[in-house]
Design a protein around this ligand. Structure first.
Ligand code: ADP
Length: 627
């Protein structure tokens, strides 16, 4: 049965991708072989997994193998597998479109930047199959699905925008990818070269990779040469694996082009036996910028791949970790539903989380520069652990790095360092959040702490202010925001003499009446140099939280929580205004002065002045008067 060839077009984004691939994208073209062998391995894993419940699809063939066939006469290199195979529909779906939305976003970015993106980056999207067009000017895919002996198909394309597809008989189940190598890429027909590439990139593929040279007569006693050691890295002992092997394995499973920052490799024995090989990347994986983040390591059960991303094994706040977990104690045909509440997985997860947190701690201690880079890239994600992992939140807290007014701008401080350098009399950990260090460093809110040589953490990551309260306390010390009404209760209003209070009563009432966007006005002793400051009621959002919520579209202009203005009775400006109020409470100068003072307080907390025109006029007049 032969249906005539059908011509089809690639989807637009795929055309763009192919254009990038064929026009000077990669410096190391040899990775095409890694990608195709990886697909072949995946296809075998798939049938092995599916056949657990459906023996019949095996057609009696369980001799898993991947063959690399060199044909110098035709100038072709074939990667052949006896995996699951593809039907007409799945070929069109898999080799005619790009399914991953992340890749589409990425391509849009590449287009917008007009090729300024680093070429290696595209590799992170597992261009996979299409990398064949780096070395081939024509690719033929012969495939036949497992259990469908009649339905062989042949897909052909020159990678320019179209492909054809037709029926073609194929005896063995599986897929042959035939590359018609470009004249300048004929090197890839040399067996020594293929051997070395396979050893470098695909050594740990669990199925045998065999080399065959077409036309070479084989004597019956000749054994097939297996090019890969097939020993899954995670099944080997730590001392048997080289750093280069780790790096290559990581690159293969993550599509990252950089080496991992940290390798975590161990075997757990005891109640459950499992092997763990995990990697912490140096920089935020690309998919985090383009959506579609898949959480969790690959799960193997006795070397059979069960799933690519096992979410149950990793909490979302560690989603940047990649790798493999192989467990001997789970049934092979475990279903996703059973995985949901499986006590074995639960135990592994606990163990894995502990190991990752420990690895990060080690890295922080012994490789601080590497850690700082990691933290600047993935710290915001890690901080989610304060909220989501109650049990480990102190361990997560140990990993955090902060700015503080005492710490130089280019350095960091940890909570542990903060607590150990607290001066006598300080019992809480203070923090203030905002957008930049420059804005926070001179905040009136820091004055009282500076005067006592007490440090205050300056939180510059918007997430901090939302996540830190979940910690509540660290090493028995409460965490306290310094921009709250009650931040300094102990030494604030109560420190003010009754006499001062009564002298200011009328002026405070006047302020409350005139500044109706405030919820209250109070005297304070927390200020040393500034006349006034704005603070928030303890349950409300702070100014910086409100700005952040607006930025991400979760808050509205004009919906801010009302602030409390605290005034410093020791400040000359405040004293003079009070005196003027006593003298002539309807003075327009008094009202102008009060409004300017309030505007300055708004600016100090990083907010916008409501009446900008009036503010500018008043300041200009004040400057003029001083000339
Ligand atoms: P990825 O492998 O990252 O999904 P590819 O572009 O390499 O992306 O492949 C696209 C899809 O084509 C695969 O997900 C798989 O479904 C299918 N495919 C590719 N090669 C094979 C193969 N040798 N056997 C069966 N299916 C394959």
């Amino acid at each position: 049965m032969t249906v005539s060839a059908e011509k089809m077009e690639f989807k637009t984004e795929l055309k763009q991708l192919l254009y990038l691939i064929t026009h000077s994208l990669y410096s190391n073209k040899e990775i095409f072989l890694r990608e195709l062998i990886s697909n072949a391995g995946d296809a075998i894993n798939k049938i092995r997994y599916d056949s657990l419940d459906h023996q019949e699809i095996l057609e009696g063939n369980k001799d898993w193998k991947i063959k690399i066939i060199i044909n110098k006469e035709l100038g072709t290199l074939t990667i052949s597998d006896n995996g699951i195979g593809m039907s007409r529909e799945t070929v069109i779906e898999n080799l005619g479109t790009i399914a991953r939305s992340g890749t589409k976003n990425f391509l849009e970015r590449v287009k917008a930047q007009e090729g300024k993106t680093k070429p290696e980056l595209i590799g992170q999207f597992g261009v996979g199959f299409y990398s064949a067009f780096m070395v081939a000017d024509k690719v033929e895919v012969l495939s036949r699905m497992a259990g469908k002996p009649e339905d062989g198909i042949c897909w052909v394309s020159d990678g320019q925008g179209e492909f054809t597809i037709e029926s073609r008989a194929k005896n063995e189940r599986g897929t042959d990818v035939i590359l018609y190598l470009k004249p300048e890429e004929k090197d890839f027909l040399e067996s020594y070269k293929l051997r070395s590439i396979i050893r470098k990139f695909s050594d740990f593929i669990e199925h045998p990779i065999l080399l065959e040279v077409a036309g070479e007569a084989k004597k019956p006693e000749d054994k097939d040469e297996i090019l890969n050691s097939q020993k899954a890295l995670w099944l080997r002992g730590k001392s048997e694996v080289t750093q280069e092997e780790y790096d290559n394995f990581y690159k293969q499973i993550s599509n990252d082009f950089q080496e991992p920052a940290k390798v975590i490799h161990y075997t757990a024995e005891g109640m459950n036996e499992f092997r763990v090989l995990l990697f912490i990347p140096q920089t935020l994986p690309m998919e985090f910028q383009f959506g579609e983040v898949k959480v969790g390591p690959r799960l193997y059960v006795q070397r059979v791949l069960i799933m690519d991303n096992c979410e149950q094994l990793l909490p979302p706040y560690l989603r940047f970790v990649k790798g493999v977990v192989d467990c001997a104690d789970l049934p092979l045909n475990i279903s996703r539903e059973i995985l949901q509440q499986n006590p074995v997985l639960e135990r592994i997860r606990k163990d894995v989380v502990g190991s990752i947190l420990k690895a990060l701690k080690d890295m922080k201690k012994s490789e601080p520069e590497k850690y700082i880079k990691f933290f600047s890239e993935m710290g915001s994600i890690l901080k989610e652990g304060l909220r989501m992992d109650f049990e480990n939140r102190e361990k997560v807290a140990d990993l955090l790095l902060f700015n503080s007014w005492k710490t130089p701008a280019d350095k960091n401080i940890t909570l542990e360092e903060y607590v150990s350098s607290m001066p006598e009399g300080q019992s809480e950990i203070y923090y203030l959040a905002g957008e930049t260090r420059a804005q926070l460093e001179y905040s009136p809110l820091l004055e009282v702490y500076k005067s006592k040589q007490q440090d205050v953490l300056l939180l510059l990551d918007p997430i901090d202010e939302f996540s830190l309260p979940y910690l509540q306390e660290y090493k028995g010390k409460k965490l306290k925001a310094v921009d709250r009404v009650d931040s300094t209760k102990a030494d604030s209003e109560s420190e003010i003499l009754e006499a001062t209070k009564s002298r200011y009563n009328a002026f405070v009432e006047y302020l409350k009446g005139k500044l109706d966007s405030l919820s209250d006005v109070k005297l304070t002793s927390r200020l040393k140099e500034s006349p006034v400051v704005l603070v928030t009621e303890s349950g409300g959002f702070s100014a910086s939280q409100e700005r952040f919520l607006r930025k991400i579209g979760r808050g509205q202009e004009g919906m801010e929580s009302k602030r409390v203005m605290e005034i410093n009775p020791e400040h000359t400006l405040v004293q003079k205004l009070r005196d003027l109020h006593e003298e002539k409470s309807d003075s327009p100068k008094l009202l102008e002065g009060v409004q300017t003072l309030y505007d300055l307080a708004l600016l100090a907390e990083g907010s916008k002045v409501h009446d900008l025109g009036g503010f500018m006029k008043r300041v200009q007049e004040a400057v003029l008067k001083g000339l």
